[in-house]
Ligand binder design. Structure first.
Ligand SMILES: Cc1cc2nc3c(=O)[nH]c(=O)nc-3n(C[C@H](O)[C@H](O)[C@H](O)COP(=O)(O)OP(=O)(O)OC[C@H]3O[C@@H](n4cnc5c(N)ncnc54)[C@H](O)[C@@H]3O)c2cc1C
Length: 404
């Protein structure tokens, strides 16, 4: 039996961040991470396409929380304690400079997730955090004033326990044995599979400002939209996949979306097209892309409105004008599945947030049991917000653990 002050289950983003902060804040505590893999931080390694999108340049807590389809309300308080600005400072104090990209995402200046891994491994060593690899936790047994933790090969005892196992169905099952309620997991952050003539042969085309609605629901998002080989991606779609994670799972990822490619009303668009009919009378519609739409997308939408390649603006009849306005402002596409977004994906679901005290990230059901990261029913849209959740929860839990 190995006795410890603190055991952290899971050597991922949240687990390492918590362990290091506990050890830094209270060097007297013995801290051990139990990690089932031969190495830890594997998601950090592949994150952000290998660059690790550490956080996001959004510094107002009320704005920041809006990026969390699950956790919006609960993270408000915690973000007043530790959020993006603190993350940047923490990494800078520990030798990792971060840079901001145009869209607000923040990466290590090195553009390599290995910088984050090296930082964590270096600090863990420096502050004497013990990391036990190839230790899969199989059971957690509450005892009087301590926890008994059994892995496939060893037994550990600790006064305080932090669970940071990410989206692990086995751990969620185990936590149910401790009476914690688990919100059933479903994928979040995925791209839409769409087979449609209008987007065939134009992968890579981006419409910068679109609105996307899921037909027969309140789900709505806006932003850039990317046509891919198998359907659609980019923030407009990814946001919808995150905010609609539960609803779209219920529909088995078969639903219709209405896209407004130009963010104007149908009627506005008709008026604009009428003016163009006059201004560009002698030009062919197909060759004169409008509304800042990429040429190839414009052409597909024109053809979909049954306007032939040779038709001139002056020759457009009322029906064709309306059909084109419909394609531009209310184009319906059938989604018949989802694909993984390779740069980042997360799972919605996890430990029910009603059972967590967000001042400390402690369980309301068991004293000295803490949670941080994706094990909780918190997830965000893409952009560095998922890691921010891991850093915030881990830091606050660490503060409480190291003081008590
Ligand atoms: C491809 C990809 C790219 C991503 N890119 C980004 C990004 O750029 N920015 C961003 O903000 N988010 C990104 N994410 C999301 C982000 O990686 C997660 O939200 C984050 O890693 C969650 O941290 P965590 O510590 O809770 O879980 P994890 O990082 O998943 O760590 C959990 C750890 O627990 C271990 N474990 C599980 N069960 C047990 C057990 N029973 N016993 C012992 N150990 C166990 C696992 O092996 C793992 O090491 C990405 C996700 C993916 C999949």
């Amino acid at each position: 039996m190995k006795e410890q002050d603190v055991i952290i289950i899971g050597g991922g983003a949240a687990g390492f961040f918590a362990a290091i902060n506990i050890a830094m804040q209270n060097p007297d505590l013995q801290v051990t991470i139990l990690e089932k893999g031969k190495e830890g931080l594997q998601k950090v390694k592949i994150s952000g396409g290998g660059r690790c999108n550490v956080t996001h340049a959004e510094f107002i807590p009320q704005e920041l929380v809006q990026n969390y389809p699950r956790g919006e309300k609960e993270l408000r308080g915690p973000f007043h304690q530790f959020m993006t600005g603190d993350t940047i400072e923490w990494f800078e104090n520990n030798g990792v400079a971060l840079k901001i990209e145009e869209d607000g995402r923040m990466f290590p200046e090195s553009n390599s997730s290995q910088t984050i891994i090296d930082c964590f491994l270096g600090l863990a060593k420096k502050h004497k955090v013990h990391v036990a690899y190839s230790q899969t936790v199989k059971s957690i047994i509450p005892q009087e004033n301590s926890w008994l933790i059994k892995t496939q090969s060893d037994e550990f005892q600790a006064k305080k326990l932090l669970v940071a196992t990410g989206s692990s169905p086995k751990m969620w099952k185990l936590l149910e044995t401790l009476s914690h309620a688990i919100i059933p997991p479903v994928p979040s952050l995925f791209t839409f599979d769409i087979k449609d003539k209008r987007i065939q042969g134009i992968p890579g085309v981006v419409a910068q400002h679109v609105e996307v609605k899921v037909v027969d629901s309140d789900l709505y998002s806006e932003g850039p939209l990317l046509i891919t080989h198998v359907g659609m991606s980019a923030p407009a779609i990814l946001k919808l996949s995150a905010f609609g994670a539960v609803e779209l799972a219920k529909r088995n990822y078969k639903f219709s979306i209405a896209i407004n490619f130009i963010k104007r009303s149908f009627q506005d668009c008709i008026e604009a097209l009428k003016q163009l009919k006059f201004d560009l009378a002698k030009k062919t519609v197909l060759k004169t892309a409008q509304f800042d739409l990429p040429k190839r997308l414009w052409q597909q939408l024109v053809l979909a409105a049954s306007i032939s390649a040779e038709t001139r603006w002056a020759d457009l009849n009322k029906g064709q004008l309306e059909a084109l306005a419909k394609q531009l402002t209310e184009a319906i596409f059938k989604v018949d599945g989802k694909s993984t977004f390779k740069d980042e994906f997360v799972t919605a679901g996890g430990v029910d947030l009603r059972e967590i005290n967000f001042k400390t990230f402690q369980s309301k059901l068991h004293e000295n049991l803490y949670f941080a990261g994706e094990v909780l029913n918190i997830d965000a849209i893409t952009g560095g917000f998922n890691f921010q959740n891991a850093w915030t929860g881990a830091y606050i839990a660490a503060q409480h653990i190291s003081k008590s």
